[in-house]
Design a binder for this molecule. Structure first.
Ligand code: NI
Length: 196
C-alpha cells in the first residue's frame, strides 16, 4: 500500500511542561465567549463574561497533512475555573470520521474526559499526571478541569484524517455535564441537551 501526503521526516516535538505549549507552533486560544450556550447556567455565564472574556483553553496542533497515513498531534491546556458550579472545559467534538479513536495523555493537572456516543452511551475517564484516556470510536469527547488552581495539560494523538465535528455539540451539547457537588466532581444530566 502506498501512502501519499506523508511528512517523510521525523519531527521533534518540544512540549514545555510548565505551560503545555508546543515550541514553534501557534496556539488556537479559546475564550469564554467561544463557549456561549455550552454551560448549563446562562445567567452565571453572562455574569462571568461581563467581568471579562477570560481564556478557557489553549490548543496546539502540529498541522500535519490530514491523511490516513499521518497522525494529528498536539496539546490541550484547560485553565481552572467554573461557570456557576460547572467546571471550565473544552467545547468537545465528535470526529468527522466517527469511528476514529484518540489517546489523551495527561501531562499535569486533574480532570476528566467526558465521552458519549450518538446512541447515548457515556463514559468518564480520569486525568491524573502520567495517566492516559483512550477515547473509543464513535464517542464525542470533552476535557474538563476540576482542579481549583492548576491547568489541565494533555497530549493527544489521533488519525490524521479523522477531522473535528464541533457543530453537533454546538447544536445539541453533551447529554451529561460535570459540576461541583459538596466540593467534588459529579456527573449530572444536561437539562439543555438537544437544544444547546
Ligand atoms: Ni478528538
Amino acid at each position: 500500500m502506498t501512502f501519499t501526503g506523508t511528512t517523510n521526516k521525523s519531527i521533534t516535538i518540544k512540549v514545555d511542561l510548565a505551560t503545555g505549549f508546543i515550541e514553534g507552533y501557534p496556539t488556537l486560544q479559546r475564550n469564554l465567549s467561544y463557549m456561549k450556550g455550552m454551560f448549563r447556567d446562562d445567567a452565571a455565564y453572562e455574569a462571568l463574561l461581563a467581568k471579562g472574556d477570560v481564556k478557557m483553553y489553549d490548543f496546539y496542533d502540529l498541522g500535519l497533512p490530514r491523511t490516513s497515513a499521518e497522525l494529528a498531534v498536539g496539546t490541550s491546556i484547560v485553565y481552572p475555573g467554573k461557570v456557576g458550579d460547572e467546571y471550565f472545559m473544552t467545547k468537545g467534538h465528535f470526529h468527522e470520521v466517527l469511528e476514529c479513536t484518540e489517546v489523551y495523555y495527561c501531562l499535569s493537572g486533574h480532570g476528566y474526559m467526558l465521552m458519549e456516543s450518538p446512541e447515548g452511551d457515556w463514559e468518564v475517564g480520569e486525568f491524573l499526571p502520567g495517566q492516559a484516556v483512550y477515547v473509543p470510536g464513535r464517542y464525542a469527547h470533552r476535557s474538563i478541569n476540576v482542579s481549583p488552581d492548576e491547568p489541565l495539560k494533555t497530549f493527544f494523538v489521533f488519525r490524521g484524517d479523522a477531522g473535528h465535528d464541533y457543530g453537533t455539540i454546538e447544536r445539541k451539547g453533551f447529554r451529561k455535564l460535570m459540576v461541583e457537588r459538596d466540593g467534588k466532581p459529579a456527573v449530572i444530566d444536561n437539562p439543555k441537551w438537544g437544544n444547546a
